[in-house]
Write a protein that binds this ligand. Structure first.
Ligand code: CU
Length: 389
């Protein structure tokens, strides 16, 4: 006889727009590209007390870039161009599709009524960042990010999402009756210094077609205050860590992406104590922005501060070249992905609760996560103070 055990996610966290997906070691990029990803909307009583748009007026938008072969099959490169000598197939350092998909459809349109809609936007791309605007010139009202509601809504004209970042936004179509509004993308790939988005392809995401009439009155409201989020204090941090994002060539000349010179197989060097607070400084002397993601814990972004990269590369010492920049209003609150731009030290703070055990943290550019920008995270129990006998 053997007992059947049912394992369940405890879901002990605030309402949030979550992104769930396969995480198989070394092939995450392929499994997500093939479709093993989805939106997971977690709800709570606070959310239920609001009169936000719901039902058919609340829609997840999972945005991904893909390329297709002539026969309609997904295309993903099995090697670099030119191919790596002695390795076939090979990982590629980055991949960007030449079309954008929303919920699995290439450049779709959505019929909407002239009213408030709530969109749960997830960047589900392997490596593409999105810098979104509405062609009508109107704003998004962002009410939440990766780990739930902001303290108060943030009105923004432009919404940037790195891979795995999420935004909970309200778009008000009430003054745009009869219009066709395009959700556009102007993020360069790689971000932020790569090729421009093509306005005819990668520069467009989807279209909203606004009807003239409502089918029912819009009674939705956007609360002025969404929730209180206690700020984690750096003064209470038990550890302050510095983590360099770097790379080095492998035996075939391919770049291995590393964190403090280490990949996934090296034993955990980040071993925070259960219940403790730590400040992590991500030092990026490279050229691309990395979306750094932690499992288990959410964190708060403290600041980003520019530093002298040439001086750092010579001495491994940080010389700041400007003041620390606080996070944008829509990056405040609790996050689990942070954009770490090149030439900046990005500072986050986290409390390591509620579990001990083995977790991971990594860049959410999947080609980097797979090779090999992922590290173990071991949350350990605090040692008991031994009594003298
Ligand atoms: Cu992960």
């Amino acid at each position: 006889m053997f007992k059947q055990r049912v394992y369940e996610y405890p879901n002990r966290q605030s309402a949030a727009t979550l992104f769930y997906h396969d995480h198989a070691l070394g092939i995450t990029r392929l499994n997500l590209y093939a479709g093993l990803a989805g939106a997971y909307l977690l709800r709570d009583a606070r959310e239920a007390s609001f009169r936000l748009p719901k039902g058919k007026f609340e829609i997840p938008l999972l945005i991904q870039d893909r390329s297709f072969k002539k026969n309609g099959q997904l295309f993903y490169p099995n090697n670099t161009t030119p191919p790596v000598r002695g390795v076939n197939p090979s990982i590629v350092p980055l991949f960007f599709g030449n079309t954008n998909l929303v919920n699995g459809t290439v450049w779709p349109y959505l019929n909407v009524e002239p009213r408030n809609y709530r969109f749960r936007i997830i960047n589900g791309a392997n490596g593409r960042f999105y810098k979104m605007r509405l062609s009508s010139g109107q704003s998004f009202i962002q009410i939440g990010n990766d780990q739930g509601f902001l303290r108060k809504p943030a009105r923004i004209k432009e919404l940037i999402l790195a891979p795995a970042e999420r935004a909970d936004v309200i778009i008000d179509f009430s003054r745009h009756k009869g219009q066709k509004i395009v959700l556009t993308n102007s993020a360069r790939a790689p971000f932020p210094g790569g090729a421009k988005a093509d306005p005819n392809t990668t520069g467009k995401i989807m279209q909203f077609r606004v009807a003239h009439r409502l089918t029912s009155p819009d009674k939705s409201r956007i609360p002025f205050k969404l929730r209180s989020i206690p700020r984690l204090s750096p003064a209470k941090a038990r550890r302050i860590r510095y983590i360099e994002l770097n790379s080095s060539p492998d035996q075939y000349g391919r770049q291995v992406q590393l964190l403090n010179g280490k990949g996934f197989e090296a034993p955990a060097t980040q071993r925070p104590k259960l219940g403790s607070i730590e400040v992590w400084n991500f030092v990026n002397p490279g050229t691309n922005t990395h979306p750094m993601h932690t499992h288990l814990v959410h964190f708060q972004i403290l600041s980003r501060r520019p530093f002298d990269v040439n001086y750092y590369n010579k001495t491994k010492k940080i010389r700041y070249t400007g003041p620390a920049i606080p996070p944008a209003p829509n990056e405040r609150g609790n996050k689990d992905v942070v954009r770490v731009p090149p030439g900046f030290v990005t500072k986050i703070i986290a409390k390591f609760v509620p579990y001990t055990g083995n977790f991971v943290w990594h860049s959410h550019i999947l080609e980097h996560e797979d090779y090999d920008m992922m590290r173990p995270l071991k949350v350990v129990r605090s040692k008991r103070v031994r009594r003298r006998s």
